[in-house]
Design a protein around this ligand. Structure first.
Ligand code: NI
Length: 169
């Protein structure tokens, strides 16, 4: 297994639309294992393939307290959405940046597992947020796209400042 480098905003590759997975083979299994390892190592709760510059429709998530309940969704599609919730989101492609985003409270998702078997997942609360956030990545969308332009500008300025400080500039 190996850790994959994570693209950080504003890398234009984060805007790529991912293609469906068609081959459920050893290469895919290895990629999913690497994505999980990368997500856990970065203390993330979710990771989309787009973020590691692989433009296929794969996402992984784990919102459990013990960090031992990985969810792997391939070619996921939202079948139903219900309600709304506001949740403070972060993203491994925006280290140190958090913002409130409004999304559906519950989602019903159809996807495939790593073997290609169809799975249906019903999620609500934080896990529903996570799935919607990662699915957006696969469509080239990021969470700050939901903010007003004023709020986005302020947050991105702060992110830029943090980066410069971290770099010792
Ligand atoms: Ni993200």
């Amino acid at each position: 297994m190996s850790l994959l480098p994570i693209l950080e905003f504003p890398d234009p590759r984060l805007r790529t639309r991912a293609e469906p997975v068609t081959a459920f083979d050893a290469e895919l299994r290895q990629f999913v294992a690497d994505m999980l390892e990368t997500m856990y190592a970065a203390n993330g709760v979710g990771l989309a393939a787009t973020q590691v510059n692989v433009h296929r429709r794969v996402l992984v998530a784990d919102m459990s307290d013990d960090r031992q309940q990985p969810l792997v969704l391939i070619n996921a599609q939202i079948l139903e959405k219900e309600g709304t919730q506001v949740y403070q989101e972060g993203c491994l492609s925006f280290p140190g940046l958090y913002a409130d985003v409004t999304r559906a409270l519950q989602v019903k998702v159809k996807a495939q597992d790593v073997e290609g078997n169809e799975v249906v997942v019903e999620a609500e609360g934080p896990l529903a947020v996570c799935i919607q956030h990662e699915l957006d990545h696969l469509d080239g969308k990021v969470f700050v796209d939901y903010l007003s332009s004023l709020k986005r500008t302020l947050l991105l300025k702060r992110l830029d400042k943090q980066r410069k400080q971290a770099a010792g500039a």
